[in-house]
Design a protein around this ligand. Structure first.
Ligand code: AMP
Length: 510
């Protein structure tokens, strides 16, 4: 089945219902949205000559056109490659090239992207959504939806790679339909009066969630700011109500602090799904106090999108339960449609209470990484996905994450692989050695910190410049420690744990 069927059904049953809102103004009804998607599909097929299975990349902020482009591509049987709009144009160009995208849609700054993306040989055009070229696509006559069996690629999700290059996670139509069913079983009921507001990037989980709301003919709300603005969100909650949103822990904490400080009414928020990074028990306790039982936690990863475990609203609200303190610090129980297993280093299952790697099985699990059979074979064994996350379960099935076996830093819910940052820093001729680690931070969860062995006269400002010229701003180190040498083991491998300990000690002393 094609995901675009969800849109066609909603448009048939509820043609007049509001589908896409920009701020609180309705731009398109469901009938209009479906028609726009069918016209875009026709332009992609007829004008650009694309065939089912080919890829269309989206390097766009959260804009109203996002939704119609996703469905336009699916309607034509194509796959989408949404790219985080905060990436550097060179990073976006790498993704466009690796995915062999035929078209790249961008929301702004065409020049910077076109220069970087030019070497992507598969690209036949870059289309800015603010131009007449885009408008002319919407003048093509609507076409029929491409029929699919469901295993075809729907979304190629680029996740940061341990090797310093992002990898494309292949999510099929079936994977995303499984994610949608899991949401309805375990996260929330959705009605046509609900409104999904996209405060987090649509290139990630928040955007993947759109299918849930399309299936129920609910409203899609793109904030005028194009992102996360606490005052704007509170205003939208008051104006249009029944808001459902996905928020990384950093966003949730900020929203809660804003509401606590302004005493704003939070009756317009229906459900806030949080995840993407660790949430401290103290922070969710406060969130519940300030906003009431509006929260559901999910734990997932691109390789099993948004659907590994869930900490339901009812469990979060059950503060009288004797195990409540441990439960709110956990990531919850496996989704009904997902099996999990904790495994030791030999792949054997661990008893309750013992820490091991979290393995996942179910229809939500990706089929592999795009064009990377080696990485796919490392991640998938006998249908089990190795998440790289370490944790333990209790006797009731609650999973508590402890650490990551990968070197990953999660800052504000966004993954940053140290290797990516190290490679950029090492392009500076004055840097001899570098090690990048995450440092605990109350606001961001973690921040990026670099330890560098540098030639005399090199300052943090020089390194900052190098980073900003090659890499997304959010990945740059917030602090630099200039050191004589890096701690290493007998094999010469840098002891990152020692560096993290040093940061923790410094923090305890300050
Ligand atoms: P991504 O593939 O970008 O979605 O990142 C997935 C990673 O984020 C997971 O492998 C976990 O390490 C982390 N993560 C996701 N959700 C949670 C959560 N609820 N609590 C703690 N860490 C999480």
């Amino acid at each position: 089945m094609n995901l675009a069927h969800l849109l066609m059904r909603s448009a048939n049953v509820y043609p007049e219902r509001p589908a896409v809102l920009h701020g609180s103004s309705c731009l398109h009804t469901y009938a209009e949205l479906a028609e726009r998607a069918a016209r875009i599909a026709s332009a992609l097929r007829e004008k650009h000559g694309l065939m089912p299975g080919q890829r269309v990349a989206l390097f766009m902020k959260n804009v109203p056109q996002y939704i119609e482009l996703l469905y336009g591509a699916w309607w034509a049987g194509l796959a989408v490659v949404p790219i985080n709009s905060k990436l550097h144009p060179d990073e976006a160009a790498y993704i466009a090239s690796d995915s062999e995208a035929s078209l790249l849609f961008i929301s702004e700054d065409a020049n910077a992207v076109s220069k970087s993306a030019a070497p992507a040989t598969s690209l036949q055009a870059i289309v800015s959504i603010n131009t007449s070229a885009y408008e002319s696509m919407l003048e093509c006559p609507p076409c029929d939806m491409q029929s699919l069996n469901g295993d075809e690629l729907a979304w190629l999700f680029y996740t940061s790679g341990t090797t310093g290059r992002p990898k494309g996670v292949m999510q099929s139509h079936r994977n995303l339909l499984a994610m949608m069913s899991a949401y309805f079983i375990d996260v929330d009921e959705i009605t046509p009066d609900d409104a999904a507001v996209y405060a987090a990037p649509m290139s990630h989980g928040a955007g993947i969630y759109n299918i849930i709301f399309t299936a129920k003919a609910a409203r899609h709300v793109i904030p005028l700011s194009g992102g996360f603005d606490t005052a704007e969100l509170v205003g939208l909650a008051a104006d249009i109500g029944r808001l459902c949103l996905f928020a990384a822990p950093t966003m949730l904490i900020r929203l809660v602090e804003h509401i606590a400080a302004t005493h704003a009414d939070c009756g317009g928020f229906k459900t806030i799904v949080y995840g993407g990074g660790p949430m401290y028990a103290e922070d969710i306790r406060r969130a519940l106090q300030v906003m009431g039982p509006r929260f559901v936690q999910i734990y997932g990863q691109g390789e099993a999108p948004m659907t590994i475990t869930v900490l339901p609203r009812s469990v979060l609200a059950d503060s009288g339960h004797p195990e409540w303190p441990q439960r709110i610090a956990s990531v919850g129980i496996p989704f009904a449609l997902t099996e999990i297993r904790i495994a030791d280093e030999h792949g054997n299952s661990c008893p309750h209470g013992e820490i091991g790697e979290v393995l996942v099985k179910g229809d939500v699990v990706m089929s592999g990484y795009w064009g990377n059979p080696h990485a796919s074979a490392q991640a998938l064994h006998d249908g089990w996905l190795r998440t790289g996350d370490m944790g333990y379960t209790d006797e009731h099935g609650f999973l508590t994450l402890r650490d990551r076996s990968k070197d990953l830093i999660i800052s504000g819910g966004t993954n940053i692989y140290p290797r990516e940052v190290e490679e950029v820093l090492l392009t500076h001729p004055g840097i001899k050695e570098v090690a990048v680690v995450g440092q605990h931070d109350a606001e961001w969860g973690e921040i990026v910190v670099a330890f560098v062995v540098a030639a005399p006269g090199i300052h943090a400002a020089d390194l900052e410049e190098t980073c900003l010229s090659r890499m997304a701003r959010f990945k740059r180190p917030r602090h630099y420690h200039f050191v004589e040498s890096l701690p290493k083991n007998n094999y010469g491998k840098v002891l990152k744990a020692a560096l993290r300990e040093r940061l923790a000690k410094d923090a305890a002393l300050s």
